[in-house]
Ligand binder design. Structure first.
Ligand SMILES: [Zn+2]
Length: 260
């Protein structure tokens, strides 16, 4: 076999590597794009009420969300095997013992049909042995993408946001609470959030209503003012009792125990 024959074989096989995958094997990875709540220590967290059954991917996850499309590791490996059964990958940095260096991720060289490309993989939030497996799979997928494998999918822009099914898909009311917000201010912000989630009023309008009535924003009020503001909310922004479907789970610390 001459060098020319090998080149044609390379071209053919690498073209096969670039062939788009059918839609039904493309997986969707949700990425939350909604507002975050802040806990007493000032840490951001996804509000529990954001987790809903997603109409787009059929899984339970926080909404509103965008979805990234990707091809699973197994399918990428299958494609590589079809194109060049002797494909190989080598970590770019190894310790003296031969173990790959995986600080923050894994850099590899992927060799397919005699052509080499570089790829990087991260652990995708996994830890322990699963983290290494995830890094290897991710690095192979990433390097294969440099060959054009699954590239069509990445080039299709997909900015569609799947809204939270509650109400009209509005984003949740985002409380303006700093890390130093008092318990009372958090209580008031939560009360506004509950009104917002009822979809009878918009939380931002409710916050404006408080500002107009008291001449002070809800996130700067002291405990007595918060009590007054909560009474005002009950009168000016009445909502029906929420159904259990959309309720935030009750936390033990918030339950008043009545001694008998
Ligand atoms: Zn989804």
């Amino acid at each position: 076999m001459g060098a020319g024959d090998l080149s044609i074989w390379q071209e053919q096989q690498l073209a096969r590597l670039r062939e788009p995958f059918p839609d039904d094997v493309v997986q969707l990875k949700p990425v939350y794009v909604g507002e975050y709540d802040v806990n007493d220590e000032g840490k951001r967290f996804v509000p529990p009420s954001a987790v809903q059954l997603c109409p787009r991917c059929g899984k339970m996850h926080a909404l509103p969300a965008k979805h990234f499309r990707y091809i699973g590791h197994a399918l990428v490996t299958e494609r590589l095997n079809e194109v060049d059964p002797s494909w190989s990958m080598h970590p770019m940095a190894v310790r003296d013992s031969g173990e790959p260096i995986t600080t923050g991720g894994l850099w590899i060289r992927l060799r397919v049909c005699g052509v080499e490309k570089i790829g990087f993989g991260d652990a995708g939030g996994k830890t322990g042995p699963d983290a290494i497996k995830e890094m290897i799979g991710d690095a192979i997928r990433n390097a294969a993408m440099r060959f054009g494998c699954g590239l069509a999918m990445w080039m299709d822009d997909d900015d569609e946001v799947t809204p939270h099914p509650g109400g009209d898909g509005r984003p949740p009311f985002s409380a303006r609470l700093g890390a130093r917000a008092t318990k009372a201010q958090r209580r008031l912000a939560k009360a506004i959030g509950v009104i917002h989630e009822s979809c009878v009023y918009d939380g931002n309008d409710v916050a404006d209503g408080i500002l107009v009535e008291f001449g002070k924003p809800y996130y700067k009020m002291n405990e007595r003012e918060v009590d007054d503001a909560i009474a005002f909310l009950g009168e000016s922004f009445p909502i029906d009792a929420p159904t259990c479907d959309d309720q935030t789970p009750l936390r033990a610390g918030e339950v008043d125990v009545i001694r008998l």
